[in-house]
Design a protein around this ligand. Structure first.
Ligand SMILES: [Zn+2]
Ligand SMILES: [Zn+2]
Length: 152
């Protein structure tokens, strides 16, 4: 069986963004790990309320990350077991992988997060993913806290 490396990190989405949540207003938004971990970025501002927080990785997000990581690992284990099933099939030993384990629910926040839209912050030359609604109401730049009224 192949080694399964378990690394609990916040999974990125298809566009390479990680999910963050404002500790003050609960707003979800996404930044690229490059920007989030950039040493030049000292504070992250919530695009919705404009407050800057210490930690935008909340328990909800961590829980979701754990569920997603676990599901990936479970799939890998199940696939490996399925392979064993085939290998042992012809021999005397029978091995049954059984039913595929039920994935951990990645909801309820998952669906809301998927609807986030990429914006370009001209002030910082960076991008973020925010709720489409914030494009109309204006949002705060997560990197400098400046209010952008018409983010692209
Ligand atoms: Zn906020
Ligand atoms: Zn900015």
């Amino acid at each position: 069986m192949a080694d399964i490396e378990m690394e609990i990190s916040i999974p990125t989405d298809n566009n390479g963004y990680v999910l963050l949540q404002c500790p003050f207003c609960g707003e979800y938004f996404k930044l690229t790990p490059d920007d989030y971990e950039d040493e030049g970025i000292l504070d992250i501002f919530c695009p919705s309320c404009g407050l800057c927080g210490e930690n935008f990785i909340t328990e909800d997000v961590l829980e979701l990350a754990m569920a997603m990581t676990k599901n990936v690992a479970m799939d890998m284990i199940y696939d490996a077991m399925k392979k064993w099933e085939k290998q042992f099939d012809s021999g005397l030993i029978t091995f049954n992988a059984g039913k595929k384990p039920k994935p951990e629910p990645e909801n309820p926040i998952q669906s809301g997060i998927e609807a986030l839209t990429i914006i370009h912050l001209p002030c910082c030359q960076r991008t973020a993913k925010i709720k489409p609604m914030l494009k109309f109401t204006g949002c705060y730049c997560p990197f400098c806290g400046v209010k952008e009224y018409e983010p692209e």
